[in-house]
Design a protein around this ligand. Sequence first.
Ligand code: PHE
Ligand code: CO
Length: 329
Amino acid sequence: PGPLSSRRCGSAKKVPACAGSSLGKGRGSKLQAMNAKPARLENIVTDKGKVPVYATGIIEQPWDDYSDGDHDVWRQLYERQREILVGRACDEFLAAQDAMGMTPDRIPKFADINAVLEAATGWTLIGVEGLLPELDFFDHLANRRFPVTWWIRRPDQIDYIAEPDLFHDLFGHVPLLMNPLFADYMQAYGRGGVKAHGVGPEALANLTRLYWYTVEFGLINTSQGLRIYGAGIVSSKGESLYSLESPAPNRLGFDLERIMRTRYRIDTFQKTYFVIDSFEQLMEATRPDCVPIYERRATLESLPAGSVLDSDEVIQRGNGDGWAADGDV
Ligand code: PHE
Ligand code: CO
């Protein structure tokens, strides 16, 4: 799961995600399953479109209740993405997936992943029913707890689902939590989220854009070329290919303040991807106090998702093919 306003995705592309809840446990204490009976909550459709459901309880993964069909959906998605991601996802992501013992055979047990993850970086997966309110989500991250939606999409949702499910969260987000730098980044983001939440909705919107353009849709430059690290990309077949190979989107160098001004797409592939040089760069650039940035930003207009500025480091300028004229969030 991810920050509130950055969830859900519309038509045929990505899958953001993130959720969690806050029980206010002390660091390192055992979290207790709150709901005896997990509910498979999905977005409800209203005249304003899909509305996410926010359930804050932490639940025990009901592993024995997964059907053969659920395991089969995991297998299909896992095999398909792993094939696509070799040479497209960054090495850290692929290596971490192997190190965590994820396999296509069956849906992993959170407890098994946790045994490896806690030893590696001190992160813990917690089961949730779906999207979380922002502050709950930030609080989990700030305490190195990553909320994972316990349920997996249906077979007819293999190519697209409008909200985070187990595949997006576990396959997409969790591997990089094995990386010490990225693990620290996610915790720092959670702390920054708690702070931004106190500053106000605009500060929060700026921070959410950062999450969107890094954690969900980030690209990284390597000696072998551009690679994917964003969870929204690696969990989507279409966007894994599009983000790297399509001439349509812009690919711009990472720039914190620029990203905080930039609107984004929730229902199509991104118009712009921001490229980091390393996870160190991401850590260093986001380390300073962001409150002065929020204050500066408050007087500036936000930028359309597909905009390119003179001041941008343009790695590749998109030709804009197939872009929707409106709908930037
Ligand atoms: N440095 C940011 C702040 O002061 C928080 C932050 C850290 C944001 C890491 C993203 C990643 O609020
Ligand atoms: Co996500």
